[in-house]
Design a protein around this ligand. Sequence first.
Ligand SMILES: [Fe+2]
Length: 215
Amino acid sequence: MNETRRVFLKNALITVAALPLISSCRSTTLAVEPKPGILETLRKNAQPRGATAMGAIEAPDSVSWRTAFPITRDDGEPMIISGTVYKADGKTPAPNTLIYFYHTDKYGIYGRTGEPQHGRFRGWMLTDSKGRYEFSSIRPASYPNSTQSQHVHMTVTTLERREDWIDSILFEGDRFITERERGWSGKRGGFNPIITVTTGKDGIQRGVRDIQLMS
Ligand SMILES: [Fe+2]
């Protein structure tokens, strides 16, 4: 069995196992990879609390390259996004890149009462030796009564650069994607962030968003 097949099956099992669980405000890391020296440096490069609405500073000690929200079927359409982070040359994988991400719930809402400002669908990943990351979540929605495209916010923090926003993930086929969004897509976080998702026989939407870091 090749690695891709193994990862696919593992993803399916993890997602199936995660669906019946009770919802929570925090994501669940799928493996414990304590990297105190690396995390310490990354946290120094994270934007300080309160200065901006970012989130790398809150990365848990157990951050892994994969994370999954403990969702139920009522939470929305299951979705798995994966990708590889590359250095500025667009070819060399960038391990130890801290990704913070968040998106709305299926109604287009972020933080409800008792939840963090960014809502319950927020998490962290630390790219592995191949630069890979992956998160299992649900498909976000447009803001209520808006024409805002569905999106997933992302920041990246590296050992060399401070935390910064990259282009949000958008979804090809979303009727609210504007020409302006198509025009600037991929400029801040290289590679096209407008991704195409496909739904598998298991009902899970999957998409790939690769990222090119700035030099
Ligand atoms: Fe947003």
